[in-house]
Design a protein around this ligand. Sequence first.
Ligand code: SF4
Ligand code: FES
Length: 216
Amino acid sequence: MDTPVQLTIDDQAVSAAPGTTIHKAARAAGIVIPTICYHDYCTANALCRICVVEVEGSRTLVPACVAFVAEGMRVRTQTERVRRARKNILEMLASTVDLSEAPEILALMKEYGADAQRFPGALKRDPPLVDDNPMYIRDYAKCILCWRCVQVCASDAQYTYAINFEKRGFHTQISTFFQRPMPLTTCVFCGQCVGVCPTGALKSRRAWLLEQGMLE
Ligand code: SF4
Ligand code: FES
């Protein structure tokens, strides 16, 4: 067995196997580092950056979900700089995406004192709701582009590759190839994308119809 790495996180001595991420080492030590795009069953991609921490000697903040522990590392998870970065990220998300059905993100906004109205002139992402199959709806106005759905549809779980990113910059969104209706793609309606979506952007069609009062 490889010799464990010794480090400190928030002045607490922590021992972790080589190749462990800072996030997992912290979690094992009972220290919570917030995450949004990260999911235990998906490959971490460091897309949202809410998990940033300060590492002594590093000029920039470090995303804890992908950065590995190292011998003698000194990590701080709640400094002023870290908290300000997380607050900014949350405020930018809230300015552009409908987070009304994202309870974990709303809880973080409360914890970090994030102001959803901080950027009142920001463009809201507002693509039309897609209702093209009997199993689930896609409401990308609520999508934070965490990529979890793409990953479980691809090589993290299902290997069907029905969805991916399309377009660029602000207009980037999750889509099928050439925006084909879902029944005309490789989708097998396994539901895993719905299961990992943290914001209600993907929802079972039945749940959505119930919400709309179209089912009893
Ligand atoms: S639809 Fe949901 S799971 Fe997929 S990228 Fe958007 S927020 Fe993430
Ligand atoms: S949770 Fe680490 S970058 Fe999103």
